[in-house]
Design a protein around this ligand. Structure first.
Ligand SMILES: [Zn+2]
Length: 441
């Protein structure tokens, strides 16, 4: 046997299909005593330990008794420069940006500072079991350089980009259509598909970009067809009113991006809290994705995302979960999934534990168009996975004391992790089959 083989024995949970559209029996894969075999950082095989063990005699097996291995979490919307501004009190979106966020992001023109915060940020992701993220940097190219440098050191699959903003923000934080084009182009040429890294053209939102700059974003997408578009959409009612005022000739918020050519496959729009049915239908038609960011939407008082409308049969939209730190209040996608459940509750809708977990794993991979690379344990996928401790606190040990045999019992256990779990729930995080984080105690 080749020395590149590694194997892990544990319980395994992943998704093979979308539990919003097919039954849990058809979408959830649970192996109570499984063996995951990895070759050169990729999934070689996952199956029952009993049936596979004879095939891999002599391979060293790492066992995690009592734990649960899942694919690494995928955060489809987060801001690394806002790490230090998490939990900033008292404002809604537009005032919060001016009072807390813009002054914070100013610090990221300095590479060394940006690198220091990027390291803290990425370690926080790993600690919470997040192995892929779509990340806002700041307006300064140095912030993107710093982020990609640190993500690359950790061999993470990460997507980021320089923020484009040429109006309605302090002078120190604005670029121009021309400089945003040149800087984005240089960063794309250097970092897009550099190892596991990918680039997203990142206009902050319609309020801070002129029509000329939105056209430049479109030009970049035309010139580099496999980069992403990452922006905010329809988060807050005052924001939407301001957009309507800035773009009176357009038919609503999404239409501003649409007429600029930015509503595409590989476009990811954060929030979409106040989208109309027609806007959901347009996103579905364009194969664009939404990042649902419940902790942020609650924290900034933005509103309640209509998950059932996004995941309707008539016009299904790809949806992932985003923590949206620093407006979001946790780096943990498990906690974010728990808050997504509560948002659904407030709208008298049900979001099942498996549906919520799907959004954080395979759903996120599909939202990012990375379902051929990550999101579950299909053969050939990149072996980014996490070891979850269902008894990570005394309360959880008490709550999850029963053994799990049925899918229903597993759902109850997973749900408890979403509702009362913490960063302690992540026992270990593996990147390409290598240990990248282990809980200290
Ligand atoms: Zn955001």
């Amino acid at each position: 046997m080749s020395a590149q083989l590694k194997a892990f024995r544990c319980s395994f949970l992943d998704f093979v299909d979308d539990p919003f559209y097919v039954s849990e029996l058809e979408s959830v894969r649970y192996i109570a005593d499984g063996l995951l075999v990895i070759e050169n950082g990729l999934v070689k095989e996952l199956g029952d330990y009993e049936s596979l063990q004879a095939k891999y005699v002599g391979i060293e097996i790492v066992s995690y008794p009592g734990m649960l291995i899942m694919p690494g979490f995928i955060d489809t919307h987060i801001h690394f420069p806002q790490t230090e501004a998490i939990a900033s009190y008292g404002e809604q979106l537009l005032e919060w940006l001016h009072k807390y966020i813009f002054p914070t992001e100013r610090k990221f023109q300095e590479f060394a500072y940006a690198q220091k915060i990027a390291a803290i940020f990425l370690d926080e992701l790993l600690k919470n079991g997040t192995t892929t993220a779509l990340v806002f940097a700041a307006v300064y190219p140095e912030s993107v350089e710093a982020f990609f440098t640190e993500a690359s050191r950790r061999k993470l699959r990460a997507i980021s980009g320089k923020v484009m903003m040429d109006r309605n923000a302090p002078d120190y934080l604005t670029d121009t259509p021309e400089t945003s084009y040149q800087q984005s182009k240089q960063l794309i040429e250097k970092w897009h598909k550099n190892g596991r890294l990918l680039y997203a053209v990142t206009p902050r939102f319609a309020i801070t970009s002129s029509v000329e700059q939105l056209r430049v974003a479109n030009q970049l997408l035309d010139e580099f067809p496999d980069v992403y578009l990452h922006t905010h959409l329809s988060e807050n009612v005052d924001e939407i009113a301001f957009v309507n005022q800035l773009f009176p000739e357009n038919e609503g918020y999404l239409d501003v991006y649409d007429r600029a050519g930015l509503v595409r496959n590989r476009s990811i729009f954060a929030h979409g809290v106040h989208l109309t049915d027609a806007e959901f239908a347009r996103l579905s038609e364009a194969n664009s994705a939404i990042a649902f960011c419940p902790t942020s939407n609650l924290f900034l008082g933005s509103g309640l995302f209509k998950i059932e409308q996004a995941k309707s049969k008539e016009h299904p939209v790809k949806v992932g979960l985003g923590t949206d730190v620093g407006a979001g209040t946790s780096f943990s996608l498990l906690q974010t999934a728990g808050e997504a459940y509560k948002v659904a509750q407030l709208r008298k809708q049900k979001l099942s534990p498996f549906q919520a977990l799907f959004l954080a794993t395979l759903g996120g991979a599909r939202a990012l168009g990375l379902e051929d690379n990550i999101g579950n344990f299909e053969v050939g996928k990149e072996a980014d996975f996490i070891v979850i401790d269902p008894r990570s606190t005394e309360l959880l040990a008490f709550r999850n004391s029963e053994a799990t045999t049925t899918l229903e019992e597993l759902a109850a256990k997973v749900f408890a992790l979403m509702v009362v779990g913490s960063d302690r729930t992540t026992y270990a995080t593996y990147i390409l089959g290598n240990l990248a984080y282990e809980r200290p105690n």
